[in-house]
Design a protein around this ligand. Structure first.
Ligand code: PLP
Length: 369
């Protein structure tokens, strides 16, 4: 078998998360804090828009960059949200698809990407496969970026700084000062900022500060997977200002020869989703965040998350992996921080689940410390 594999296959290592799933497979009806998606279903009007599109025969390839009405609607929203004069938008097959297109269009072997640690797993694997180097920027314990430390990591090969706020896995939201300082550095040194804002609607203390407010070097990414529970529908977008229009064109070229286009009926559903309010869902997650934080903060060191639906506590007196093994022995499924980090000190809890499960989970986690 190995003879058939490319050398780059060995650059992808899924062993960390696989180990958790192997352990989890042995559990019956666990308290599952491992899932990275909302616990509600796609809202009915959005489902109907998808079904209508299918019924109406909107089932063929769309234009590579997406259906014009969706691109326009997204661009208009982005301009009003970030104060841009003009936005160009590519509709992509999930933020994961958008990430692949971005890195394909930007990374040459040896190029460096600054990845704040902890990080969302996909970034590092795509960068590695393309021969780029991840330069990790330690953001423990508050998960904010220290501009001085960031500046120390920059070299002549630095091409991109990744920002993901609210963050998976920490739930941290970068402060206004942090985002402003990073943008200033990116502008001065002419480095791209890849801003993954997939959780921006789940921001509990008002609007999430964005590099898109401060830097024309921002490749803005957002998607419909989390906000509208459309994870299986593979819908997302990338927007840029004029300065990066050429880059977006190259990404569109890569889309033409890979994904071809985002799923057409779901592009029509996304039009409907953009008019749908999820503030009740966000309020309910904010409440769950409070419940979990209050329940665990006595025994665990936790940077209180301001967004997404994740919490990233420190494992007390042992490694994150050891703590996760103990939790799984007690029927609670969580993910070791080492899946998202170069360190093995923390663990991720997803609290997108019922209040009852959260209460049970709190009791069990406290009992094994
Ligand atoms: N970015 C972050 C930070 C995520 O957590 C996820 C999914 O977990 C993605 C991107 C991928 O989302 P999509 O479903 O749009 O590919």
């Amino acid at each position: 078998m190995n003879n058939f594999l490319s050398q780059r296959s060995s650059l992808i290592d899924a062993s960390g998360i696989r180990k958790v799933f192997d352990l989890a497979a042995k559990l019956e009806n666990p308290i599952n804090f491992s899932i990275g998606l909302p616990d509600f279903d796609v809202p009915q009007p959005i489902k109907k828009a998808a079904a209508d599109a299918i019924d109406q025969g909107k089932n063929r390839y769309s234009l590579t960059a997406g259906i014009p009405e969706l691109r326009e609607k997204i661009s208009t929203e982005v301009c009003s949200k970030y104060g841009w004069d003009k936005a160009d938008t590519l509709v992509a097959s999930g933020v994961s698809g958008a990430l692949l297109l971005t890195f394909l269009a930007t990374i040459d072997p040896g190029d460096e990407v600054i990845v704040p640690d902890p990080y969302f797993v996909i970034y590092k694997h795509i960068i590695n496969v393309l021969g780029g180097s991840c330069i990790y920027l330690d953001t423990y314990p508050d998960f904010q970026i220290d501009p001085e430390k960031l500046e120390e990591k920059i070299t002549d090969r630095t091409k991109i700084i990744i920002l993901n706020s609210p963050s998976n896995p920490t739930g941290a939201v970068y402060s206004e000062e942090c985002v402003k300082a990073v943008s200033e550095i990116a502008n001065r040194r002419d480095i791209l900022i890849m801003s993954d804002e997939i959780y921006d609607k789940f921001s509990y203390s008002g609007r999430c500060p964005s590099a898109a407010d401060y830097s024309e070097n921002t490749i803005l990414m957002n998607g419909f997977s989390k906000s509208y529970a459309m994870t299986g529908w593979r819908m997302a977008y990338v927007s840029v200002q004029d300065k990066l229009k050429g880059l977006l064109n190259e990404m569109t070229k890569f889309q033409q020869y890979t994904f071809v286009c985002a799923p057409t009926p779901f592009q029509y559903a996304a039009l409907e989703a953009m008019d749908f309010e999820i503030s009740d869902k966000v309020a309910s997650y904010a409440r769950k965040r409070d419940m979990l934080y209050e329940g665990l903060k006595g025994k665990f060191e936790i940077a209180k998350p301001e967004g997404a639906f994740y919490m990233f506590p420190k494992a007390p007196g042992m490694s994150g992996s050891e703590f996760v093994e103990k939790a799984i022995e007690n029927n609670v499924l969580i993910i070791p921080g080492s899946v998202f980090s170069e360190k093995d000190t923390h663990f991720r809890i997803s609290y997108a689940t019922s209040d009852e499960k959260i209460k049970q989970g709190i009791d069990i986690l406290n009992s094994i410390v």
